[in-house]
Design a protein around this ligand. Structure first.
Ligand code: PMP
Length: 397
């Protein structure tokens, strides 16, 4: 019955991670998947998460279905984190938020929603992009294109080209944007550049779709939400998909949110209703555990302050790893410009290494980097930094 189907090649990133695990070399270094590791190479279980779980276990509760849109305490906490507690869009009841199955689930529900609301709209995604963006939105029936974003020569943003291209798009085109810590390049718009972009989005009547999967890993939890808040300040209607996979280190619990900023409370109610109709027919309602844990951290002032510290520790460690990599590479290979390690932000850096260099790193040194040359920076630590920079120097020499 199904013999005609193509074989699924698997996700290239997860496949390479598998090859890493099979590699018997003890000095191997895994820079593939976007997971935050601590200096000992462990995925942290945050203290605030442990505390919230302990409280939950001390008071066991039955597990009925959650509402289709998710836990109310979670949804309001998501809104405050994205927009700031007192933002006018929240006070005036203009944001429809659902708890989603991770950031990916938010993108999928948002994709289905937009395709139903604007069946002829097409989507523009940064070049390069997180590959799953294409798969998710094409899967929702939306035609995808790319806009200029990153210059491999300068390892920086092609802002003028991006602006030019977006200003020429047809009305109601959907534009996918990363408020912080762009995956895969680590190159973000500055606040000044967002201030230039927003009027272009407004004038073209474009539909911005913000994907924020690394809030707190760039400049800070509040700072990283700059684009979200600036767009709300400017009175735009837009979507935001957020994820707690990284900043709560809760990958497997699938905690995310989809928020749609609307122009009136009445429109917000209609939008929320449509989001619920979509959820109902694809997975009915979200899971409870991660939603309760993150909501109890976000809604408890003491736990929230501790969580801010835990996020700051992750952010600071990434920044110090970036600094160290840059210093060591500058010393070992003065002719090589490694400044991108410190100018790019968040989990990822785009090395621009060639296929042959990536292969040599993998085969000769056991340093695993995905084919695009994107490295997941937290895979580096004080124990493997020397080894990594030696390996880089040997293939770049
Ligand atoms: N968007 C981007 C840009 C991401 O990098 C990721 C995670 N790799 C996601 C969304 C999805 O997040 P989640 O794991 O919560 O589904």
């Amino acid at each position: 019955m199904f013999e005609h189907l193509e074989k699924y090649a698997g996700d290239p990133i997860f496949r390479l991670g598998e090859a890493f695990h099979q590699d018997p070399r003890s000095q191997k270094v895994n820079l593939t998947v976007g997971l935050y590791y601590d200096n000992e190479g462990r995925i942290p279980l945050l203290k605030t998460v442990q505390e919230a779980e302990a409280r939950r276990n001390a008071n066991p509760q039955p597990r009925p279905y959650l509402p289709i849109e998710g836990l109310a305490s979670y949804r309001s906490a998501v809104q405050k984190l994205l927009f700031g507690a007192n933002h006018e869009v929240l006070r005036s009841g203009r944001v429809a938020t659902i708890q989603s199955v991770g950031g990916t689930g938010a993108l999928k529900v948002g994709g289905d929603f937009l395709h139903a609301a604007y069946p002829d709209s097409e989507m523009w995604i940064s070049d390069p992009a997180w590959d799953n963006h294409f798969a998710i939105f094409q899967g929702a029936g939306i035609k995808t294109h790319t806009y200029a974003y990153y210059d491999p020569e300068t390892k920086a943003l092609l802002f003028d080209q991006m602006l030019g291209q977006l200003s020429a798009l047809p009305k109601h085109s959907i534009v996918l944007l990363h408020p912080c810590c762009h995956n895969p390049t680590g190159v973000d718009l500055s606040p000044e550049q967002w201030r230039q972009l927003i009027p272009v989005l407004a004038a073209g009547e474009l539909i911005p779709f913000l994907d924020i999967a690394y809030q707190g890993f760039g400049a800070g939890l509040q700072e990283d939400a700059y684009a979200v808040r600036a767009m709300a300040d400017a009175g735009l209607s837009f979507l935001v998909a957020n994820s707690f996979s990284k900043n709560f280190s809760l990958y497997a619990e699938r905690c995310g949110g989809l928020s749609v900023v609307c122009s009136s409370p009445d429109e917000t109610e209609r939008v929320l209703g449509q989001l619920k109709a979509i959820v109902r027919r694809i997975y009915s309602n979200p899971p409870m555990h991660g939603g309760q844990v993150t909501a109890s951290v976000l809604n408890d002032p003491e736990l929230y302050a501790l969580w801010e510290d835990e996020v700051a520790q992750m952010r600071t460690r990434i920044a110090s790893v970036r600094q160290k990599a840059h210093e060591q590479l500058s010393a070992k290979l003065p002719a090589y410009d490694s400044r991108y390690f410190v100018t790019q932000r968040g989990m990822f850096s785009y090395t621009g290494l060639s296929t042959a260099q990536l292969q040599a790193l993998r085969e000769k040194h056991g340093v695993y980097i995905i084919d695009s040359g994107r490295i997941s920076v937290p895979g580096l630590n004080t124990h493997n930094m020397d080894y990594f920079t030696d390996a880089m120097a040997s293939v770049l020499r």
